[in-house]
Design a protein around this ligand. Structure first.
Ligand SMILES: C[S@@+](CC[C@H](N)C(=O)[O-])C[C@H]1O[C@@H](n2cnc3c(N)ncnc32)[C@H](O)[C@@H]1O
Length: 237
């Protein structure tokens, strides 16, 4: 099978699994099902290329991002390549995902790294960790991170969950902390019709209702396989 055919095939299968779970009223269960079905073959997962996200890397290089020992949280980390990149930049990294299969896979791939990979649901974690004194159950993760990274975790969740998802992501940023969001982008008046549902600038502006000030915004062209433009936005609390 040629590369474009493979890409079409894995995206079609991803939409099929998502639709099966959605029909049962389950918006989140399909992620773990997809990772399980992949059985260790990252080529079955449309977003898992075992590389840091190239749009985030372009942002980091352009802005000279360095951790200098600051804490970082990766939301919906998948197989953990962005977590490793932040580790390389000198952050103390925690990364979580709702899929237990993804987290076990990430731990195996990056066993040599001092990164905390945790299984957690964004919505529950947002409620439990927002108090800096609170501790995530079964671990020593505390709320309030100096740097929060979200890559493609908002766009595959249904549009009706969008505000709640944005609110949850925003809640992890400590006072003085920063947030970077990488997402497919769309015009404010465009109606997205299929998974993943890109974000509009109007939707992004909701981050600013949480005391976050936008410090960076760039539209980057998509790639051959996924031509939609990407939005890279950074905020500071
Ligand atoms: C499109 S993937 C992107 C993964 C990774 N950020 C990347 O770019 O390779 C979205 C990820 O978010 C995770 N996810 C979805 N809903 C979540 C939730 N409620 N809490 C935590 N993780 C979630 C999925 O399991 C999946 O790994």
């Amino acid at each position: 099978m040629s590369e474009p055919e493979q890409e079409f095939d894995r995206r079609a299968r991803t939409r099929e699994i998502q639709a099966e779970f959605a029909a049962r009223g389950d918006a989140l269960g399909w992620f773990d099902a997809l990772y399980k079905e992949a059985a260790g073959d990252n080529e079955k997962i449309p977003w898992a290329d075992l590389e840091p996200n190239r749009y985030f890397r372009a942002f980091a290089e352009k802005t000279g991002l360095r951790g200098n020992g600051r804490s970082a949280l990766v939301v919906g980390c998948g197989l953990g390549d962005d977590a490793c990149y932040l580790d390389d930049l000198g952050f103390k990294v925690t990364a979580f995902d709702i899929s237990q299969t993804a987290i076990e896979w990430a731990r195996r791939l990056h066993a040599d790294r001092d990164i905390k990979f945790e299984v957690a649901d964004l919505f529950e974690a947002a409620a439990e960790w927002k108090n800096p004194a609170a501790t995530a159950p079964g671990s020593d993760i505390r709320g309030g991170f100096d740097f929060v990274l979200e890559v493609y975790t908002i766009q595959p969740l249904p549009l009706e969950m969008r505000e709640r998802t944005i609110d949850a992501v925003a809640s992890f940023v400590a006072p003085g902390g920063e947030l970077v969001v990488v997402t497919r982008g769309r015009e404010n008046d465009e109606e997205p019709d299929e998974l993943p549902w890109p974000m509009s600038r109007r939707e992004l502006s909701r981050f600013e209702t949480h005391g976050l000030v936008q410090t960076f915004f760039e539209v980057m062209p998509g790639d051959d396989e996924t031509p939609q433009p990407r939005f890279v936005a950074a905020y500071k609390r």
